[in-house]
Each structure stands twice: as structure tokens, then as C-alpha cells.
Design a protein around this ligand. Sequence first.
Ligand SMILES: NC(=O)c1ccc[n+]([C@@H]2O[C@H](COP(=O)([O-])OP(=O)(O)OC[C@H]3O[C@@H](n4cnc5c(N)ncnc54)[C@H](OP(=O)(O)O)[C@@H]3O)[C@@H](O)[C@H]2O)c1
Length: 289
Amino acid sequence: MKEKILLAGASGALGLEVLKLLHEQGKDVRALVHSADGADKVSDYTDDIWKADASEGNEIIKDITKDVSMVISTLGKSVSLFTDRGKSFMENDFYANSNILDDAKKNKVKRFLYVSIKGAEKALEYEVAKSHKMFEDALEASGLDYTIIRPVGFFSGLNDLAIMAKRKVIPIIGDGDSRTNSIHQKDLAKVVVRYLNEGPEILEVGGPLVHTRREMADMVADRIGGKVIPVPEKVAEWGMFLPEMVDDDISAKLKYFKYVTTNDMIGEKNGDITFEQYLSGLDLEKDLP
Ligand SMILES: NC(=O)c1ccc[n+]([C@@H]2O[C@H](COP(=O)([O-])OP(=O)(O)OC[C@H]3O[C@@H](n4cnc5c(N)ncnc54)[C@H](OP(=O)(O)O)[C@@H]3O)[C@@H](O)[C@H]2O)c1
């Protein structure tokens, strides 16, 4: 009998690319998604689809790992400023994944591959990092064989800049000198699949080219239009108090956005799709609201 893989977050920007690769390799995949839209996205690649809010407790996903030999989780709350609010980072990134892990332990799953975030261990004052790190700790303590991948930002995550560019303003916080090697989600999916059977406990993954935030903002402006506007760090911090008063979700996202854009975020080089190639492939009408 073929070994079954549970892919949690299978309909996400990264999860869907992982699902396509597993499908190409003829793997038997059970997909966990949250929404009806998510279920639609994965339906070309598997018939074994669970649609549930995994943060709601163990019962709702009881035995989701039955007959499963390994779990891959790309499940998490979107970091985009332009997506719906829904649940918190703690509820999705920590509780939902913890419920899956509990089920995996009960059903004696062999291996668990978790996609966390670069900076998870350093930036614990931010909810995004803290909830990923709390799950990393739970996974390490679980006794399961595991690999944790901490990626830098995905190109899909940089769509926020492209959306702002379409609205004519591209903000960069601080001097724009911080560097990163963001990665295409297709390239990251290849890294995930490379470590299916074995891998290091933790690895930090980035894309092929390192750019400053200013260079990236300029590339977005060249492709889409809009003006690059530097926002002094102090002004950005002050601006973050305003949403905090009305919306914890936006506030958590803005704070992490400031953290990642004002610190170097560089992971081991992987893949070959460049940010410029990604931008030139965007359909400005279809891909950006
Ligand atoms: N985007 C970035 O730049 C970036 C950078 C580094 C790390 N990461 C991390 O990588 C992971 C994947 O990111 P992504 O951009 O691919 O995310 P995404 O596009 O927002 O996809 C999230 C996936 O998780 C599912 N999901 C979310 N909450 C759920 C819940 N409570 N129960 C069941 N399913 C749930 C979603 O299902 P539906 O589609 O049905 O809603 C979707 O399949 C996240 O943990 C993120 O923090 C992202």
C-alpha cells in the first residue's frame, strides 16, 4: 500500500505548489483546507480533502492522520494586509498546528515537516514569530522525526507591495538598506519536497538573489508604477498604534512587516526564479485586486 501524506494548508500560496509536486510524483495526499474556495483549489490533485478549521479543537480533525505516514504543514494565517481578518496568528499558527500534531502523535505518524518563518526564534515580541516558535517547540518536544523550514518572505507575500503600487504608493520603512533574498513559492515547494524522507532539524531558506528593500521597491515601481515613499521608522512605529486601538490583526501584521523590512532576512540560497521574473509574469488585472 502507498504511504499517505497529510498536507495541511494545501490550498495556500505555498501549499498548492507543494501539492502539485507531490501529485506529479504520484504521492497519495490527504489535503487539509479551511474554506470552500480552498477545497476547490486542491480538487484537481486529490480526492481526499478535509475541510475544517483545525484551530477549533482536536475533535473536529479527529483521526485526520489515520493511515498517514508523514505530515507536511504549510498551514498558517496569511501575513498579507489585504486578506480577511479571521482568527489570530496564535489560533491558526499555533493551536491549529498543535491539534494536528496531537493527532499525529496518537496515530504514530513517523515524520512531520513544518514550514515556520525566518526570524521565529529572534523576534518573540511579535505575535507572528511567537506563534510559529511555540509550535516549533511543541514539535521538537513531540518525539517525532521532524524538519522545520524557516523561509524568508515568499514572492506571493510581496504582492502587498504590488497592490500598493497599483494604488500609486510603495512605502519603504527606514532607509531601505536592509537586504533579503525572497523566494518564489514554487522554488520553496521544491525545497519542502526535497526533505520529505529526511532532513536537518532546522533550516533557513531563501531565494537566488539578495536585494535591498529599496531595490525591490524600485523593481515594483518599474513594473507597476507608483512612487516609492520612504517612511521614517519612528513615524511607522507611531502609525502602528492607530490600528492597534481598533484591530489587533492589522497591528500584528504591520509590526512584523516593519521588523522584516528593517532587518536583514537572508536564508540559504535556493531556486532560480528571480523577483524581476516574478513581477514580469504578474497579470496586473487578474493577480492584483
Ligand atoms: N507568505 C510569506 O511571505 C511567508 C514567509 C515566511 C513564512 N510563511 C509561513 O508559511 C506558511 C504558509 O504561508 P502561505 O503564504 O502559503 O499562506 P496562505 O496562502 O495564507 O495559506 C494558508 C493555508 O492554511 C489554511 N488554513 C489557515 N488557517 C487554517 C485553519 N485554522 N484550519 C485549516 N486550514 C487553515 C488555508 O486554507 P484556506 O485556503 O481554505 O483558507 C491555506 O490552505 C504560513 O505559516 C506563513 O506564516 C509565509
